[in-house]
Design a protein around this ligand. Structure first.
Ligand code: ZN
Length: 67
């Protein structure tokens, strides 16, 4: 499974890789918020604030039926 994080303002791709929850076990990237911290919590393209409320996190490869 792969996970992508896009800026919610301009859709810039901020992260693409192995699902972060799995990376936790590899002690690589502990959380999405850490990824946002790599950018200083600011989108390098549009300058918008990055937070879990403003970015789009998508995980591919997992069935997400129902709600
Ligand atoms: Zn942006």
């Amino acid at each position: 499974m792969t996970e992508t994080i896009n800026c919610g303002h301009c859709q810039m791709l901020l992260y693409f890789g192995e699902e972060l929850k799995r990376r936790l076990y590899m002690r690589a990237i502990p959380s999405e918020e850490t990824v946002l911290g790599f950018y200083g919590d600011t989108c390098p393209r549009c300058g918008g604030a990055l937070s879990m409320e403003t970015v789009r996190v998508a995980t591919e490869g997992r069935a997400t039926h129902g709600s």
